[in-house]
Design a protein around this ligand. Structure first.
Ligand code: OXK
Ligand code: ADP
Ligand code: MG
Length: 569
C-alpha cells in the first residue's frame, strides 16, 4: 500500500476521499474491482491501477456487477463493482439485486450527485436518489457523507455483505466526497479491518439432536446440496457427512461438483425418483423455492420430513413445515450432524435402488448423446463438450440459456466444487460474460461459457472485455437462431418476435475484437475447436450451429410460461 499523500496545508499532511476509499479497500484484502468508469468515479480506476491493483473495465455496468457478484461467490469476500451515477448505478443495481437474491456477497459503489441538489430535485447531472432506490434491492444501503467515515463505512459494508445470509450492499458516495481532504494522520487512524466478519453460528444441541433422531429413523434419507453449501467452502466436511452416513445426495445446479457428479452416492440421474420416494430430506444451503417446486406437489411425491440447514432463521417453514430446523452455518451444522450420526446404519438397499435407476438413465442419455443428426442438436453437441471437459476438470463452466442451460446441466458432469456458475435463483439471462470474466480472474484457471444465442446477446459486447484482458475464456454459443427455437414463423408475416437474424456471424464478431472465432457444424468439429482453445488458452468463441427446430419452449420449465386459456386470436 502506498502512502501517497496529496497535498499539505500549513504543514498538515492531507489525504482525500479517493485515497481513503482505496486504502480502506486494500486494507481489507480487496485487489480486484469490476466496473465502468465515468463521472464522478473515473479517478478511482486510474488510481486503483496505479497502486498496483486490478481494475476490470466492462462495457455495461450490469455485466461488471455480475462479475463482482460471482467473485464474491467464489472467494467468500465481497466482490466490488464501481459505477457512475443514475443510469450506471441502475444498471449495476440489477446485478446487486441478483447477488442478494442468490446470497452472493457484493458491494456496489456508485458515485452520486450532491445531496442538496438531489434532495430539492433541482436537476443535477444524472440526478437520482440512489440511496433510497437501492434500499429494497439489497441487504443495506449506506451513504458516506464525511471522509472520516469512509473506514467505518467500508467495514460496515463488508460485514453486512458477508455475515449471516450473504448478499449485496450499496455504498453511495456523493461526488464531492472523493476530493474532500482531511488530515492524513487522522485519516489513517480512521481505517480498520473487522474482526471475524462472518462469525460461525453454532446450532443448538437440541436442534442437532432432533435432526439426528429424524435422520437415523429414516428408511430413505436424501441429502440435497444447494449453492449455499458450495459457498460455505467446507467441501471435505460435506463429503465426509455423505460418505460416513451412506446417504444419497443430489445437487442443485451450482452445487454440482461440490461432491463429484460421478460419486457412487450421487443421485442426480435419479432425481425425480429420489425427490418423490425419499422420506427424510436434509437440505444443506438450498431453499425450497420455485427451483424445488416449493417443497410440495407431485415433484415431492408422498409424505416426507425436512431437515434444513440454513444460516437464515426465517428461511425455515418458508414454504412447508420444517421438522428439524438447523439454524447455523453449514460447516458447524454439518460437523454437528456428523458427530451425532457416527455409526449410523447406511441405507444400502435404498442406495442400490437409486444406483440402478441412475445407471438406466445414464445409459439412455448416453445413447442420445452418441446419436448423429443432420444438424447438431443439444444432445450430441453438449455430449461432445462433456467429453472434452472430462479431461479438464478445473475448468469453470458458465451456463445460461433455456435449452442450453437445462441440457448442459443434465449432460455436463462437474467434478470439483464451485466450478459451475449459472443463471441462479432468478434464472436470469445475461450473466454469462460477467461470470466468465470473474471466474477466469478469480480462479486463474480456464473458463468455458456455454450460452444460448439469445442469452449471449444480453452481454455479448463483453467479448471485447475478455480479449482486452486476454482471459482464458472459451465462449460456446449454441446457435439455434432464436429464443427457445429458431424456426418460429410469424402468422402475420412480420419478423418473428422469437427469432434472430439467421445470418448473424458470432464467430466473426469475436474475430473483430481480436479473439479466435470458429464456426462448427458437427460434434467432431466442436470437439476439435474446444480442445484447441483449451490448449491455447486464448480467448475463443465457438459458434455451434444447432438445429433451429431443436429447442423447446423454456426448456424444462415450460410449465411456467403461461399460455392463453382461450387460444390465439
Ligand atoms: C440428471 N439426469 C440425468 C443425469 N443427470 N440423466 C442421465 N444422466 C445424468 N448424468 C436426469 C434427471 O434424473 C432428470 O430426469 C433430468 O435429467 C433433469 O435433471 P435436472 O437435475 O436438471 O432436474 P430438472 O428437474 O430438470 O431441474 C431441476 C431444477 C432446474 C428446477 C433445479 O430445472 C433448474 O435449475 N432450472 C433452472 C431453469 C432456469 O432458470 N431457466 C432459465 C429460464 S429460461 P428425471 O426423469 O429424474 O426427472 C427463460 O428465461 O423465459 O424461458 C425463459
Ligand atoms: P440453490 O438455488 O442451490 O438451491 P439457494 O440459493 O436457494 O440454493 O439457497 C442457498 C441458501 O444457503 C440460502 O438460504 C442461504 O441463506 C444459505 N447459506 C448461504 N451461506 C450459508 C452458510 N455459510 N451457512 C448456512 N447457510 C448458508
Ligand atoms: Mg437459441
Amino acid at each position: 500500500m502506498k502512502n501517497d499523500i496529496q497535498a499539505t496545508t500549513e504543514g498538515v499532511e492531507l489525504t482525500d476521499g479517493f485515497h481513503l476509499l482505496m486504502e480502506a479497500l486494500e486494507m481489507n484484502g480487496i485487489t480486484n474491482i469490476y466496473g465502468l468508469l465515468g463521472i464522478p468515479v473515473t479517478e478511482i480506476g486510474r488510481m486503483w491501477q496505479a497502486r498496483g491493483n486490478k481494475f476490470f473495465s466492462f462495457r455495461n455496468e450490469q455485466n461488471a456487477g455480475y462479475a463482482a457478484s460471482v467473485a464474491g461467490y467464489l472467494t467468500k469476500k465481497p466482490g466490488i463493482c464501481v459505477t457512475v451515477s443514475a443510469p450506471g448505478f441502475l444498471n449495476g443495481l440489477t446485478a446487486l439485486a441478483n447477488a442478494t437474491t442468490n446470497c452472493f456477497p457484493m458491494i456496489l459503489i456508485s458515485g452520486s450527485s450532491e445531496r442538496e441538489v438531489v434532495d430539492l430535485q433541482q436537476g443535477d447531472y444524472e440526478e437520482m436518489d440512489q440511496l433510497n432506490i437501492a434500499r429494497p434491492h439489497c441487504k443495506a444501503s449506506f451513504r458516506i457523507n464525511r471522509t472520516e467515515d469512509i473506514g467505518v463505512a467500508v467495514v460496515r459494508a463488508i460485514r453486512t455483505a458477508l455475515s449471516g445470509r450473504p448478499g449485496g450492499v450499496y455504498l453511495d458516495i456523493p461526488a464531492r466526497l472523493f476530493s474532500t481532504t482531511m488530515s492524513a494522520e487522522e485519516g489513517k487512524k480512521s481505517l480498520f479491518v473487522p474482526v471475524d466478519p462472518a462469525p460461525a453460528q453454532i446450532p443448538g444441541p437440541d436442534a442437532v439432536a432432533r435432526a439426528v433422531a429424524l435422520i437415523k429413523g429414516a428408511k430413505k434419507p436424501l441429502i440435497l446440496l444447494g449453492k449455499g453449501a458450495a459457498y460455505a467452502q467446507c467441501d471435505a466436511d460435506i463429503k465426509a457427512l455423505i460418505e460416513e452416513t451412506g446417504i444419497p445426495f443430489t445437487p442443485m445446479s451450482m452445487a454440482k461438483g461440490l461432491v463429484s457428479d460421478i460419486h457412487p452416492q450421487c443421485a442426480a440421474a435419479a432425481r425425480s425418483m429420489v425427490l418423490q420416494e425419499s422420506d427424510v430430506v436434509v437440505l444443506i444451503g438450498a431453499r425450497l423455492n420455485w427451483l424445488l417446486a416449493h417443497g410440495k406437489g407431485k415433484t415431492w411425491g408422498g409424505a416426507k420430513k425436512f431437515v434444513q440447514i440454513d444460516i437464515q432463521a426465517n428461511e425455515m417453514d418458508s414454504n412447508v413445515p420444517i421438522a428439524a430446523p438447523l439454524v447455523g452455518d453449514v460447516e458447524s451444522c454439518v460437523n454437528a450432524l456428523r458427530a451425532g450420526l457416527k455409526g449410523m446404519t447406511k441405507p444400502t438397499e435404498w442406495m442400490d435402488a437409486i444406483a440402478e435407476r441412475a445407471s438406466g438413465s445414464k445409459a439412455k442419455l448416453g445413447t442420445k448423446l452418441a446419436t448423429a443428426t443432420p444438424i447438431m442438436n443439444y444432445f450430441n453437441s453438449l455430449g461432445a463438450i462433456r467429453d472434452v471437459l472430462k479431461n479438464h476438470q478445473d475448468v469453470t463452466l458458465v451456463n445460461e440459456g433455456a435449452n442450453a442451460l437445462d441440457n448442459a446441466r443434465m449432460i455436463i458432469d462437474q467434478y470439483q466444487p464451485r466450478k459451475r456458475v449459472d443463471t441462479g435463483t432468478w434464472g436470469v439471462m445475461g450473466v454469462g460474460m460477467g461470470s466468465a470474466v470473474a471466474a477466469a480472474v478469480e480462479t486463474g484457471k480456464p473458463v468455458v461459457a456455454v450460452c444460448g444465442d439469445s442469452a449471449f446477446g444480453f452481454s455479448g459486447m463483453e467479448i471485447e472485455t475478455i480479449t482486452r484482458y486476454n482471459l482464458p475464456v472459451t465462449v460456446i454459443i449454441m446457435n439455434n437462431g432464436g429464443i427457445y427455437r429458431g424456426d418460429e414463423a410469424n402468422p402475420a408475416h412480420q419478423v418473428s418476435c422469437m427469432t434472430f437474424n439467421p445470418n448473424t456471424r458470432y464467430d466473426l464478431l469475436m474475430q473483430s475484437v481480436g479473439g479466435e472465432g470458429v464456426r462448427v457444424n458437427t460434434p467432431e468439429e466442436l470437439t476439435k475447436a474446444l480442445e484447441a482453445s483449451l490448449k491455447s488458452g486464448k480467448p475463443t468463441l465457438i459458434e455451434a450451429i444447432i438445429d433451429p427446430a431443436a429447442g423447446v419452449e423454456s426448456g424444462r420449465i415450460g410449465n411456467l410460461n403461461i399460455v392463453s386459456t382461450i387460444g390465439k386470436k
